[in-house]
Ligand binder design. Sequence first.
Ligand code: ADP
Ligand code: GN1
Ligand code: MG
Length: 365
Amino acid sequence: MREELEKIFLPFSEGGKIIEIIRYGKGHINDTYRVSVHMDKDLEKRYILQRINRSIFKDPVALMDNIVKVTEYLKECVEKAGGDVDKEVLQVVHTKEGAHHVLHEGEFYRCYRFIEGARSYEIVGGPEDFYKSGQALGKFQRLLGEFEGETLHETIKDFHNTEKRFVDFQKAVEDNTANRAIECADEIQFYLEREKDTKIINGLLREGRLPVRVTHNDTKYNNVMIDDETREAVCLVDLDTVMPGVSLYDFGDAIRSGATTALEDEKDLSKVHFDLSLFEAYVRGYFSQGEFLTDLEIEYLPFAAKIMTYECGMRFLKDYLEGDIYYKISYPEHNLHRARNQMKLVSDMEREYQQMIEIIRKYRK
Ligand code: ADP
Ligand code: GN1
Ligand code: MG
């Protein structure tokens, strides 16, 4: 495997001798490796080498085109502001021929500069870290407010179209291909009985009441790089799904994944709680970036948190019903446990909905 990965990395190489290639990170989608290269004079350079999941991303060339456009734009913004490009922007490494990917035995690989001195976490360390993470999303959305969204491709069609995802979920229940529906009847019921909620954002979009913006679409906490020293949330990584979308998706997914007391796959639900103080910290950080949202977007932020948590849980359950064909799993019931975990968070949010509304009111500009 190492030899094969070395061969794949070679076209991206900027010289030096490869000293290590290891599996890296905890993403559910791509195969990620960290490549360490010994350059001259004791200098070490590191890279992220990734095999793009082709069963999920049907057009990796269009996907890379989006990432290159967005990261080059962000790079200009950071340079203008006198920031540190190596830390604050995900940077694509081109091959010697100027390509953004390498094709190896039918698989697409791409390479990024490794962001040094920062790391991502599976769980939030405390309100201050999450506050910074809210600031980072606010900044990301504010900067991309000026970017021409029409130039981007839709890398996964209907990615956060919850209404369509609900129909797909119903079909998975009916088809019951992995023969597991009987053992998760209660979980299926939980998702089915909230059908009404799945139509709300789509309804507002159809009525033209929500703006379409350039969004990240996968703002889970482990896609946020936190600086080891300053604790600033320096960069959002995992830009595979950057494309036109609704700001609510990004806020909602960030809350889903961060304002919780346990890991996304914690089985012991007595440990899983939606954490209002983390929600508050995120909102404070998010709003510190100025006025970049409409009144209606702000009004729907609590709903966004709930519906993104619901959507994510429903996707885990659908994958369980279909025999685990989408997400990486470590054991057979992994997706079921993930779905239950998200259900617990949805129930908590439903109970604490009024407090969420009050927190938004308290911090809005
Ligand atoms: P996936 O799409 O499978 O989630 P990611 O692109 O999120 O893959 O990468 C997995 C993990 O690798 C991230 O959670 C992050 O910790 C780390 N990572 C990704 N890109 C970089 C980078 N350029 N520098 C440092 N770490 C990175
Ligand atoms: C996937 O790639 P990763 O692990 O950052 C998924 C998200 C889900 C998330 C749930 C392209 O994110 O949509 O919310 O898992 N990404 C894709 O943990 O489907
Ligand atoms: Mg990721």
